[in-house]
Ligand binder design. Structure first.
Ligand code: 1HN
Length: 361
């Protein structure tokens, strides 16, 4: 029997069709009552994830040029609030998402500009690819952002960005927004910037309290801990030193560090994992894959990345996406430093995380 799938109803309901007139009439009535027959559906359960997001890489020169032109032409006003270019995955039909679960964007702030205070339930992080001097105020705590720093804006924390210097600045923003949207849990509200302490300390209160170094934490920490890491900024100097030391002990020339909550055994935020990888010049990494998607930013160096058979050249400031379960491998031409963030904590919390690594021949 021939099965014809049709989109008959004007209210958007899907109506299945059949060559058998009696069955076809049944299917019409089924659709009328907003029901669907499972036995006609294809591709609901696949042996491995069927992923719409495509492997893709955005080149730094295009991101910089378009962000800078947006700076010339587009002011930051209430309403829009942020001068942000979303990286839109070509497999997602025009959605402003880099993958089905992650938002990624570059944000551009001119000298003297203020991106006003607000908060929302989607959690965000910033990784600074270039420049410095902008400070972000996190629930009243000013945090200066410089190249290589990782700055967290956890769910429902007020944040505003100030650029008091004389150069513009661009950074990578990643949010769990598609996850929160899929869960119908988006809340947003504007804040009042004038009530916030505008003074800029060289070290944020979060760093002075929780950023003392490996293995050191205040003894009364447990009483006040939030759902996210109480340390909201991870400085490049510390990340770089840790990568260098780790690389000295490595026989493979391929080392990774995970950014962690300094007082508990968990990722920096409930939905986002952050890691920094350093691959020695000339090294090709093993091929890996994992469930959930990854957003990667080349902090420094040159190389190539292979994602599910597609090869992309990589240079400093390039951003790429590894869709769920895609095969992924790096080749470092020079030393390659890569920042990666993923939704892995979400998959782990739901016991859906899987990963595999294959040594290459
Ligand atoms: C947001 O609040 C920021 O605060 C950046 O810098 C990007 C993308 C979507 C929704 C909110 C920011 C954002 C965002």
């Amino acid at each position: 029997m021939t099965i014809v799938e049709t989109e008959a109803n004007t209210d958007g309901a899907r109506r299945y069709g059949s060559a058998d007139p009696e069955r076809d009439a049944l299917y019409a009535d089924i659709a009328q009552h907003h029901l669907q027959p499972l036995w006609e559906m294809r591709g609901l359960l696949t042996p491995t994830p069927r992923v719409a997001s495509l492997p893709f890489r955005w080149q730094a020169e295009h991101l910089r040029e378009l962000a800078s032109r947006s700076g010339d032409l587009v002011p930051i006003d209430r309403g829009g609030d942020r001068r942000v270019l979303a990286l839109s995955n070509p497999g997602l039909g025009g959605a402003p998402y880099i993958s089905s679960t992650l938002w990624a964007a570059v944000q551009f702030l001119l000298p003297g500009e203020l991106a006003p205070a607000h908060r929302h339930t989607p959690a965000a992080l910033r990784f600074i690819l270039d420049g410095g001097g902008v400070y972000t105020v996190l629930d009243g705590d000013p945090v200066v952002m410089n190249r290589g720093d990782l700055v967290l804006t956890p769910s429902w924390t007020f944040h505003e960005h100030h650029n008091p210097g004389n150069s513009s600045m661009m950074w990578l923003d990643v949010l769990d927004l598609p996850v929160v949207a899929a869960l119908d849990a988006i809340f947003f509200e504007e804040g009042r910037s004038e009530e916030v302490d505008q003074s800029v300390a060289p070290r944020s209160a979060a760093e002075r309290r929780y950023g003392q170094g490996a293995g050191l934490a205040p003894v009364d920490a447990r009483e006040e801990l939030p759902a996210h890491s109480p340390l909201t900024v991870y400085r490049w100097a510390a990340t770089d030193a840790a990568l260098s030391a780790l690389a000295e002990t490595s026989t493979t020339g391929d080392v990774s560090l995970r950014f962690r909550d300094p007082v508990r055994d968990r990722d920096v935020m409930p939905t986002l994992r952050c890691e920094m990888r350093r691959v020695r010049a000339g090294v090709a990494t093993p091929t890996d894959r994992q469930t959930g998607s990854r957003v990667c930013a080349v902090f420094d160096g040159r190389g190539t990345v292979d994602i599910d058979g597609e090869s992309f050249t990589l240079g400093s400031g390039d951003i790429f996406v590894i869709p769920s379960w895609a095969q992924h491998r790096l080749h470092a031409h020079t030393q390659l430093d890569i920042f990666t963030t993923s939704d892995a904590p979400v998959l782990e919390a739901l016991s859906l995380y899987r990963s595999a690594t294959e040594a290459n021949t």
